[in-house]
Design a protein around this ligand. Structure first.
Ligand code: THU
Length: 143
């Protein structure tokens, strides 16, 4: 574990475990980089996702896409805690480290973030606003 990794406190220990578990199922024949994302909703559901690559590289689905799909398919709601882990396919499951969601995925998360969403990042806990300041959101579409 590198020094930039946050402590796996009790609150995030279960989510980290879930993210590392789902990362094992990632489909990554091109980048060989596995990502697992896990979140808990305000009503206590666990939702997860892993990255799914494609021969058309730009078609690749980030792990967060799967997680948001599961959120909506499972009844919707808002996210309360979120973490994603990533790393080379050869890493052992427990070696996969906390990574930041990419920019596009921060936008995806923003749409479904609860007001108290906490994101575990390599630098510790952050709010949605800290990882995506001044987001474009539903209010921007209002006439
Ligand atoms: N990836 C994710 O799944 N989520 C992110 O937030 C960052 C990047 C995936 C996409 C691709 O399969 C691999 O990581 C390398 O970019």
């Amino acid at each position: 574990m590198t020094s930039t990794q946050p402590p796996a406190d009790d609150e995030f220990a279960t989510l980290l475990e879930a993210a590392r578990e789902i990362a094992e199922r990632a489909y990554t024949p091109y980048s060989r980089y596995r990502v697992g994302a896990a979140a808990v909703t305000e009503d206590g559901r666990l939702v997860r996702g892993c990255n799914v690559e494609n021969a058309g590289y730009g078609v690749t689905l980030c792990a967060e896409c799967g997680l948001i799909s599961e959120l909506i398919a499972g009844g919707g709601g808002k996210l309360e805690r979120f973490v994603c882990v990533g790393g080379d396919e050869h890493l052992a499951r427990e070696e996969r480290q906390v990574v930041m969601p990419c920019g596009r995925c921060r936008q995806l998360l923003s749409e479904h973030a609860g007001t108290g969403l906490v994101i575990l990042t390599p630098e510790g806990r952050r709010s949605m606003d800290e990882v995506l300041p001044q987001p474009f959101g539903p209010a921007d579409l209002a006439p």
